[in-house]
Write a protein that binds this ligand. Structure first.
Ligand code: GDP
Ligand code: ZN
Length: 366
């Protein structure tokens, strides 16, 4: 391996390239294909990292049903268009995803991929005011459905009115997700945040505007993100535009994905995520006399009994019911085939998780 090849391969490792991905690429059986990670998409052109080809367009075939269309964070197999790699390339395959964050577009039947292969999502809240626990639960459900792990972040801890109270409230709804207190202003807690992003890992931040996501990203980058590089992309007519990369490399060798869509993620196919986020309520509902109990005053309702004796919180039950209703609505709008495909995917993931828990009952998502 030459020096530049060796440098390229350690860059691939920092970007999250793995033995499993190498195996998948090898199985494609085409030596001309190069691995690369998508760092930005702009008007149908994709900026790439880890590869000599800096920009590429997807092969038309990837629009077919059953194929994956590339998104920021994806690992792709690229073929150069001509002899000269600066001429760009064609994305021939999108490799298996370990996670996928999707956004529901109003009125659209299909979800839009927002980011792929994110390992950990930081759910950012601010300590300036009491945390909106319902919103945190909702976001945790979306993250759980994506296949990524969640970490709850209470930022602006330097401005906190009631740091212990807020952290306790967040911990009461966060399940297996750890809760961290940070300040982008004083750097408190940033080491704990970095510890969640080892070399090769990919993180993303979700949360309302003004909670300090950009400030945290800049702090993790150790400077201004403007410095971390623009990408030049060629369009189909050979014109070039410069755009901001959305997958950023951190000094410690991890990556962060920051896309506008990430910040406004809606609820989409979060069903299984909702059940896991509200695990104690899902379990309780299993003790209701009727299997299809709606917990609306039916006889033998375990949820009503727990509400009556104060062991569960009425706001949390209402939030659970609301998310379930929204999710059912989304599912009805979706086309049956992709809904069925999603169910299949979740069955497999859950079987694996159950199997893992049986091996080690203490195993948590953390
Ligand atoms: P975003 O919309 O979530 O990206 O939030 P920004 O990063 O733009 O931050 C919003 C405002 O809060 C800015 O004025 C920041 O300087 C400020 N800010 C962000 N994090 C902190 C923090 O930890 N402490 C304090 N005191 N201010 C912060
Ligand atoms: Zn019930």
């Amino acid at each position: 391996m030459g020096d530049s090849e060796a440098a390229e391969s350690s860059l691939l490792t920092r970007l999250g390239w793995s033995a499993a991905r190498q195996t998948e690429l090898d199985a494609l059986g085409d030596g001309a294909l190069m691995p690369a990670r998508v760092v930005v998409e702009h008007r149908g052109a994709y900026g790439l990292a880890g590869c000599a080809v800096a920009s590429a367009r997807p092969a038309g075939r990837l629009r077919d049903a059953g194929e994956r269309w590339p998104a920021v964070g994806d690992w792709v197999a690229v073929a150069p268009t001509g002899k000269n790699v600066s001429g760009g390339g064609v994305i021939q395959h999108v490799l298996e995803r370990t996670s996928l964050l999707e956004r529901k577009r109003p009125g659209a039947v299909r979800a839009q991929a927002v980011a792929a292969n994110v390992d950990v999502v930081f759910v950012v809240t601010t300590a300036e005011k009491a945390p909106n626990l319902r919103r945190v639960e909702r976001t945790l459900a979306i993250v759980a459905a994506s296949g990524a792990r969640a970490v709850v972040v209470l930022n602006k801890i330097d401005l906190a009115r009631d740091p212990e109270g807020d952290l306790a409230a967040l911990a009461s709804v966060s399940g297996a997700a750890p809760c961290l207190a940070t300040s982008a202003a004083t750097a408190q807690g940033l080491e704990a945040l970095r510890a969640r992003l080892p070399s090769g890992a990919t993180g993303a931040l979700i949360g309302p505007s003004g909670t300090g996501k950009s400030s945290l990203i800049n702090a993790l980058l150790g400077g201004d993100r403007q410095a971390t590089g623009a990408v030049r992309l060629g369009d189909a007519k050979g014109r070039h535009t410069t755009t901001r990369r959305e997958l950023l490399e951190l000094p410690g060798g991890a990556c962060l994905i920051d896309t506008p869509g990430m910040r406004e993620l809606g609820l989409w196919e979060a069903g299984e995520g909702i059940d896991r986020t509200f695990a104690e309520l899902t379990e309780l509902a299993g003790a209701c006399r009727f299997r299809d109990c709606q917990h609306q005053g039916e006889p033998g309702c375990a949820v009503a009994a727990a509400l009556a004796n104060g062991t569960i919180d009425a706001d949390r039950v209402a939030s659970f019911a609301k998310l379930r209703r929204e999710d059912a609505f989304v599912e009805r709008q979706q086309d049956p085939r992709s809904a069925a495909a999603n169910k299949g995917r979740w069955k497999t993931i859950h079987k694996q998780q159950r199997a893992r828990r049986l091996v080690d009952p203490k195993l948590s998502d953390d």
